[in-house]
Write a protein that binds this ligand. Sequence first.
Ligand SMILES: NC(=O)C1=CN([C@@H]2O[C@H](COP(=O)(O)OP(=O)(O)OC[C@H]3O[C@@H](n4cnc5c(N)ncnc54)[C@H](O)[C@@H]3O)[C@@H](O)[C@H]2O)C=CC1
Ligand SMILES: O=C(O)[C@H]1O[C@H](OP(=O)(O)OP(=O)(O)OC[C@H]2O[C@@H](n3ccc(=O)[nH]c3=O)[C@H](O)[C@@H]2O)[C@H](O)[C@@H](O)[C@@H]1O
Length: 472
Amino acid sequence: MTLPYASQPAPVTPPSGAARPRLTFIGTGYLGATYAICYAELGYEVIGFDVDVDKIEKLGQGQVPFHEPGLDEMLRRNLAAGRLRFTTSYQETADFGDVHFICVGTPQRANGLGADLTYVEASVTNLAQHLTRKALIVGKSTVPVGTAEWVEQLVAKHARPELAVEVAWSPEFLQEGFAVDDVMRPNRIVVATKTEWSNSLLHAAHKGVFDLAATEDREVPVVATDFATAELVKVAANSFLATKISFINAMAEVCEVAGGDVTQLARALGYDPRIGNRFLQSGVGFGGGCLPKDIRAFQARAQELGAGEALRFLHEVDLINLRRRQRVLNLAAGLLGRRFGPAGPDLSGTRIAVLGATFKPNSDDVRDAPALAVAGMLSRAGADVHVYDPQGMENAKRSLPEVEYAKSLVDAVADADLVCVLTEWAEFRNADPVALGEVVNTKLVIDGRNCLDASAWKSAGWTLRALGRPTV
Ligand SMILES: NC(=O)C1=CN([C@@H]2O[C@H](COP(=O)(O)OP(=O)(O)OC[C@H]3O[C@@H](n4cnc5c(N)ncnc54)[C@H](O)[C@@H]3O)[C@@H](O)[C@H]2O)C=CC1
Ligand SMILES: O=C(O)[C@H]1O[C@H](OP(=O)(O)OP(=O)(O)OC[C@H]2O[C@@H](n3ccc(=O)[nH]c3=O)[C@H](O)[C@@H]2O)[C@H](O)[C@@H](O)[C@@H]1O
C-alpha cells in the first residue's frame, strides 16, 4: 500500500515524546555523516552511529574523516550546540532515536557483481534487538530491489513484536563534493511508507528540509511510492547517469578515429533541452563508490529476477567506461614510442606524472577512481609513476602503495617524460604550463578530463593529447 506523503500528513507525536523526531544515522561514512551533520544543522537532535571506533572518535572531536566542502565547520557548530553526538553504542542509539536511517555501505561482493548486504543485515539486526520502544527504521543505503521487504522481515524477527517497529525506504541522490547542498536542498525526496504513522513520522523527519525550502521560496518535489519502486529509482538514476557518461565516451572513441572533437560534439548535443548538457563530460570515465558498483549490482539483481536481458546494455556501459582507462595507457605508450608486447606496452625507463587520484575533484574518495586505476596500469607496465592529488593522497597511498607520491604538483611533474591529468582539480586546470614546462623532461601531456586550456599549453610548447580530440 502506498500513502500520500507531501500533502500535510496528520501530525504525529514521536515515540520519544520529543517535539520533533529524534534522528539517528547508522553508518557514518560519506552518506551517514553528511546527513547527521546537516540534519543537526536543520535543528534536529541527532546521533551518528558507526561500528568504526576511529571514525566515531574523530567525528566526536569535530573532525570529518573525509573531505567534503562546508562540512567541518558545520560539524563543530552542531557539536558545540549539543544537537549532535556520535556513538558506537547500539543501546544508546536505540534508546535515543525515533527515526533510524540505515546508511551503511553496500559494496560490490568480493566474489561477484551483486551487492554485499552484510552490513545492512548486521546493522538492522543489532538495532532491532536493542530497541525498547516503537521506532521507524528507514533504509537509505543503495540496495537491490527486494531488500526493503527483507529488512522488514529482519525487523519482525529481531525486534520485540509488541513494539510494532516499522520500516520505510527513502533512497539518496547526493553527489560527493556538493553533499551539503544536496542534503539541505535536495532536488527531490523519494519515500516509501506503508502506514499513516510511518508516513507522518517520516514527513516530520524531513520537515526541516521542507521548511528551509519554504524560506527560500522553493518546493521540494516528493515522490511517494512503494518499496520496490523506491529501491529501483535509485539504481535507475545511477544507471542513467552512467549511461550518459559512457555514451559521450563512446562518441569520444569514434571521434578519435574519425578526427572529430568530442567536446564540441557534447556542447552541440547539450543545447538540446531534451538531452541537456550535464554529465556529458568525456574523459577517463566514471568511478567512485557508487556508479560502477550500482550498475553491476543492478544487472546482477535483474538477472536473478529474470530480467537480465533488459539491462544487458549496462554491461556495455561498464565496458566502454573501463576501456577509457586502457585508452590512456595505450595513448601513453604510443606517445612515448613504446612497443606493445603480448602483455601490453612496455613503459620501463619512463617517468610519468599522474595528476589526480580521486574519482573526481573536491573529494578525497579514491574508490574505483579512474586516475588511480590508470596510475596502477602505468606502473605495472614498468613506468616510474609519480602521483599527486590535492586531497586524496592518504587514501591513495593506502589503496595503491606501489607508486610514488609527490608532495606537490611541481614535484610530481619534475623530470617527467609524460604528464597525465586524470582528475580535473582546479589546481591542475589553472596550472601554469610555462612554469611546468621548465621542470619536465618532455613537454608531453595527456588531458584525460578535457579540462586544460589546449591553446595555452600549445603556446607554452607542449604537445597535448586530449581524449576524443585532435592533437594540439
Ligand atoms: N557516498 C555517496 O555519495 C552516496 C552513497 N550512497 C549509498 O549509501 C551507502 C553508504 O555509502 P557511503 O557512505 O559512501 O559508504 P562508506 O563506506 O563511506 O560508509 C559506510 C559506513 O558504514 C559503516 N558500517 C558498516 N557496518 C556497520 C554496522 N553494522 N553498523 C553501523 N555502521 C556500519 C562503515 O564503518 C562505514 O563508516 C551505500 O549504499 C551507497 O551506495 C547513496 C547516495 C550517495
Ligand atoms: O549513488 C551515489 O553515491 C551517487 O553517485 C553519483 O555521485 P558521485 O559518485 O558523488 O559522483 P558524480 O558526480 O556522479 O561522478 C561520478 C563519476 O563520473 C564521472 N563523470 C561525471 C560527469 C561527467 O560528465 N563525466 C564523468 O566522467 C566523475 O568524474 C566521477 O568519476 C550520482 O551523481 C549521485 O546522484 C548519487 O547519489
